[in-house]
Design a protein. Structure first.
Length: 452
């Protein structure tokens, strides 16, 4: 067996988690830059920056839906591939990769077509006003042309990480992000393209990442290779991918639904200024959530591989270390954002009114983010162990069962501030529930595997 695979079952957990998680975290931080850099540059456009930034914010649900479908395939299939490799069945793992590649392609075509046709009514539905609809349309019309690149760069990169090639997965994202950082100011300011320039820079950068990833998965260094004969939608494999992929899909697609509910509520109870605060805070939230997910994704191959190989003890130890790291990270991030809100808000806008309002509501909105480290550690562990139903419930819990109802109910009693308070209440309640479920279910799950 290749060294990178055998290490998953033999190397000390702490060092192995560090080796796999650090590049993945860096990759996630870099990945955030695709959208965040756009918002920083756009928010600082002289004169129209605040409105343009708000317009960009209402496109977020579409971006998240596209990412959710990529996660549906990538995060649904990658754990399956890891478990097959752990069982010594690389040929079956390659069939999973081939099915996933074709599935990503077909989904990209469908999503591009649907969103291009219905973009304007959807943007109004997502919280756009007449003042910002133009900016939103200009951005999303160009961004959608690169949907296939987004799907490949996000969905297929999970197969590189699943094989233990964390550094290569990081480089896959890095080359695209660097391209975006370089191209953004050229298109936005030098060529005076505004939000359209930001969208063009993004899809070109995603194309660079996608080409890099496909090239690697066709090459000789990968353990799993894209092969022409595996590019088929095998019903059994699609069903298995969907069973696990539905959980990360809901995690991301419901983020889109949450954004829609919050945007519409803020527009109704406050106006464009309040929608603008959410655009900034959503950007910062990605800086916290995606690296946390990156840490968890670094643990996924270790848990899946050892669980597939019948070594439940290493899988348990990996969870304990994962929980310690993710919780520590989210606590530190929470303290930073709550204590220094103006510092972070100023990155996105020089507008005094938007800056002041964002600094006021940010400590409320992020008051419960410290608990997210618990939620993601439990979520990824259940996913890595093939527990699709439990993962699905946890994915629904925070957003569908808690956050959305609270965001609809609280403003009726507390006005616009009730919308901001919904976030920390949901974060803490969902994370505590996730931990309790894991502690109750873990013995049953691991015992079943150990006696199988």
């Amino acid at each position: 067996m290749a060294q990178s695979q055998s290490e998953l079952g033999t190397k000390p957990i702490g060092r192995l988690l560090f080796k796999l998680a650090v590049p993945t975290v860096i990759a996630q931080l870099i990945n955030v830059l695709y959208n965040i850099v756009d918002r920083i540059y756009i928010g600082n456009i002289p004169g129209t920056g605040a409105l343009a930034l708000t317009g960009l914010g209402v496109t977020f649900p579409i971006l998240m839906i596209i990412s959710a479908f990529a996660a549906f395939v990538g995060m649904g299939a990658a754990p399956l591939a890891s478990m097959q490799m752990g069982a010594g069945k690389n040929e079956k793992a390659e069939k999973i990769l081939g099915t996933s590649t074709l599935l990503l392609t077909l989904l990209a075509v469908v999503l591009t077509t649907v969103f291009l046709i219905f973009k304007r009514p959807l943007l109004y539905l997502f919280g756009a006003s007449d003042n910002i609809i133009g900016y939103a349309q200009d951005y999303i019309s160009i961004y959608l042309l690169g949907t296939v690149f987004v799907m490949f760069s996000l969905g297929l990169n999970a197969f590189i990480s699943a094989q233990g090639f964390a550094t290569t997965a990081m480089l896959s994202v890095l080359i695209g992000a660097v391209s975006n950082i370089v191209l953004d100011p050229i298109f936005i300011f030098a060529l005076n393209m505004g939000v359209r320039g930001a969208a063009l820079a993004t899809i070109i950068s995603q194309a660079v990442s996608a080409v890099w990833i496909v090239w690697f998965l066709l090459g000789k260094k990968t353990h799993l290779r894209i092969r022409k004969e595996n590019l088929r939608l095998t019903p059994a494999l699609v069903g298995s991918i969907a069973a696990l992929g539905v959980s990360p899909f809901i995690m991301q697609s419901t983020e889109s639904l949450v954004n829609i509910v919050l945007n519409r509520g803020l527009q109704n109870y406050g106006g464009d200024l309040y929608v603008g605060t959410l655009t900034i805070m959503t950007s910062l939230l990605q800086f916290i959530m995606l690296p946390t997910q990156g840490i968890a994704q670094g643990a996924q191959p270790i848990i899946s591989y050892n669980f597939g190989a019948g070594n439940a003890g290493r899988a348990k130890e990996t969870f304990r270390k994962l929980l310690t790291v993710t919780l520590s990270f989210t606590v530190l991030c929470c303290l930073a954002v709550v204590l220094f809100p103006s510092v972070f808000a100023r990155i996105f806008t020089p507008d005094a009114q938007l800056l002041g309002m964002t600094a006021t509501v940010m400590p409320i909105y992020f008051a419960g983010i410290w608990a997210f480290g618990i939620q993601i550690a439990c979520q990824i562990t259940f996913l890595s162990l093939g527990q699709a139903k439990i993962s699905l419930f946890l994915a629904l819990l925070r957003k569908i069962f808690l956050l959305i109802p609270l965001a609809l109910l609280l403003p009726r009693f507390f006005g616009v501030m009730g919308i901001y308070w919904a976030e920390p209440i949901a974060d803490i309640a969902a994370s505590c529930t996730s931990l309790v479920i894991f502690l109750v279910k873990r013995k049953q799950i691991f015992t079943r595997r150990e006696t199988a």
